[in-house]
Design a protein around this ligand. Sequence first.
Ligand SMILES: *Cc1c(COP(=O)(O)O)cnc(C)c1O
Length: 219
Amino acid sequence: MGKIFENVKRILSELPEGVELEAAAKTRGADEIKEAIDAGVRIVGENYLQDAEKVFPYIGKIVRWHYIGRLQKRKVKKIVEMFDMIETVDSVEIAEEINKRAKQYGKIMPVLIEVNSGKEPQKSGIMPEECVHFIREIAEYEHIRVMGLMTMGPLVKSPEDIRPYFKLTKEIFDKIKELSIGNVEMKYLSMGMSDSYKIAIQEGANLVRIGTLIFGPRK
Ligand SMILES: *Cc1c(COP(=O)(O)O)cnc(C)c1O
């Protein structure tokens, strides 16, 4: 058994029930991703369309593909075609494009809204205080289904420092859930990476995106 296989088995055995593992696969080859799938990974996250296009032919639809990178309008068409969920929706313009392309494919695209939980001006994501308004707007699109929230959180010195940002995102998640907005199903809260997923789970994440801990350091 390879290292990747062992890593996935260990992480899966430690995850509480109801928390799903997403393998964050940027820069990894098809063989590495396959090993993770053999060990039980059911969701693969990709940041770049080009990366996904390289490995997709070797793996196909045996897993669910999540898009977790920045969205460029001109790439939305292909992303909508290939992926099962887009986790990084953070503008009306992009949402409109997703809706348009999903309609063409006769598909209803599940999406998460990315929250800029650190309120960093240069970072992607919707500002916390604007999430409700944004989701009400997006909910109007018939070929998009809002399924929850995703956040990265700011870069911090020690993993524990990210806790307040996860807490804030969970508060927004609960608030929106309570509003019971039509066409919005608050099911997934995607937070936590290799160094922070345990904290994220404590704060309510049910989807954790793990790269390094599965595949080893990126070259
Ligand atoms: C790379 C990446 C991850 C995983 O990061 P690791 O620290 O390698 O676990 C999670 N989410 C996103 C959006 C990423 O780009």
